[in-house]
Design a protein around this ligand. Structure first.
Ligand code: ADP
Ligand code: MG
Length: 408
């Protein structure tokens, strides 16, 4: 379905076309008309399916029609600062031709940040995108007028619950008018989401789109390795895939981010690491250098794997297997977003095998095993009962073909 078919203001359609969007994604196709009809919404769709535009576009459209200047119209609550910034930027893009303001509020700033936010809020802003803690401090100060609030959006609600924000969300809601439209977006459907939605949504419509499957177009494969082969294999993959302009390596702990970065730096690779240890400002610098492709290799914890939109990552490497199978889907969701193709490789040692099985049962298919390059050493031979032997590629297309050539 094309965007022109939605009943949206021309200025919004124009911004959409400037952004290069042509057809609505499935979640957008379903969510936009419901949001325009003022329904509460419980929407499940995996990472990378276009949830941001699904709620921003109809909300912008409604703000254009109401014109309640200087009043807070919409609050978007998100789990992380990075996501707050990113959504705020998307809002600015879509509202380029509109008289709509937005502001991102997130922790980690200094006193100046607070003053700047205060004065922006006092001048009036239509949309606030905020992390829960920061929003609560502003609400507590008693100066935010919420009387005219029309929309509350919870983005990455599953992630927020994982991070322990349940009470904070309830607290925020207690400041808001009862009569409002509430939209909850989530990549997964854990039971506590239902509980949350019962308490803050009013007769919601529910949409669920292809949960827990990595986007099509991602070539996924597994290397069975000994732990000490992981580091040489990473170097091999970086060296032998020179046309991959950005490579994102995931590890499950901050400690390992440091180790992998050090080991690569010692070998003169241009690489950066990012984890919650970094100051906000440094995190942004590292991310923007990676986005701009000045840094080719980024090593990250799962902090990055959800929500953050870094386009066109050609290669994702899981240095270890995430314990939470959903995290695998999120990690892999960083590549092949919105139809481009990508490759996701997972390095699995014997103790991690059970985690791999969990992932395979979640995504409903077996991930292909590929043989270890000879230069990295001998193929690990897991005694594990049912483990399949690595086999060579059979059928693949596009980028996967190059990949096969290079990794023979
Ligand atoms: P999600 O929140 O579901 O993880 P995002 O809203 O971050 O996904 O969108 C993922 C990427 O797809 C972004 O780069 C976004 O600009 C792009 N995108 C979203 N909708 C469309 C569309 N209809 N056409 C083309 N690209 C889109
Ligand atoms: Mg999102």
């Amino acid at each position: 379905m094309r965007f022109e078919e939605f009943d949206l203001h021309d200025d919004i359609l124009e911004a959409i076309s400037y952004m290069g969007f042509e057809k609505a994604s499935p979640i957008q196709e379903k969510a936009i008309p419901l949001i325009l009809k003022n329904k509460d919404l419980l929407a499940f769709a995996q990472t990378g399916t276009g949830k941001t535009a699904a709620f921003i576009l109809p909300i912008l459209d409604k703000i254009c029609s109401t014109k309640n200047e200087g009043k807070i119209n919409t609050i978007v609550i998100v789990p992380t600062r990075e996501l707050a910034i990113q959504i705020d930027q998307q809002i600015q893009g879509f509202s380029y031709f509109l008289p709509v303001n937005s502001i991102a509020l997130y922790g980690g700033g200094d006193g100046n940040g607070w003053v700047r936010e205060r004065s922006a809020l006092e001048k009036g802003t239509d949309i606030i995108v905020a992390t829960p803690g920061k929003l609560i401090s502003h609400l507590n100060s008693g100066k935010l007028k919420m009387d005219d609030l029309q929309h509350l959006v919870l983005d990455e609600a599953d992630r927020m619950l994982d991070m322990g924000f349940y009470e904070d969300i309830q607290r925020i809601v207690s400041y808001l008018p009862k009569k409002r439209q509430t939209l909850l977006f989530s990549a997964t459907m854990p039971p506590n989401i239902k509980k949350l939605s019962k308490s803050i949504l009013d007769k919601p419509e529910e949409i669920a789109i292809e949960l827990s499957k990595p986007a099509e177009g991602v070539l996924q494969a597994v290397y069975l390795v000994h732990e000490n082969q992981k580091s040489p294999l990473i170097k091999y993959l970086i060296d032998n895939n020179t046309d991959y302009k950005s490579i994102l390596i995931f590890t499950s702990t901050k400690l390992k981010v440091g180790q992998v970065v050090r080991s690569l730096k010692n070998n003169n690779y241009k690489v950066e690491g990012i984890s919650s240890d970094l100051e906000q400002k440094q995190r942004e610098e590292v991310l923007s250098s990676f986005r701009a492709r000045n840094t080719r290799v980024l090593v990250a914890t799962d902090v990055l794997s959800r929500g953050i939109d870094i386009k066109d990552i050609s290669l994702i490497v899981n240095y270890d297997v995430p314990g939470d199978a959903e995290d695998y889907v999120h990690r892999v969701g960083r590549t092949a977003r919105a139809e481009s193709e990508g490759v996701a490789l997972t390095l699995v040692n014997e103790p991690e095998l059970y985690k791999l099985k969990k992932i395979e049962s979640l995504i409903g298919s077996e991930i292909m095993r590929i043989p270890l390059p000879a230069s990295v050493g001998e193929q690990a031979d897991f005694k594990n009962q049912h483990e399949q032997k690595p086999r060579t590629f059979r059928k693949s297309k596009g980028q996967s073909k190059n990949f096969r050539k290079k990794n023979k």
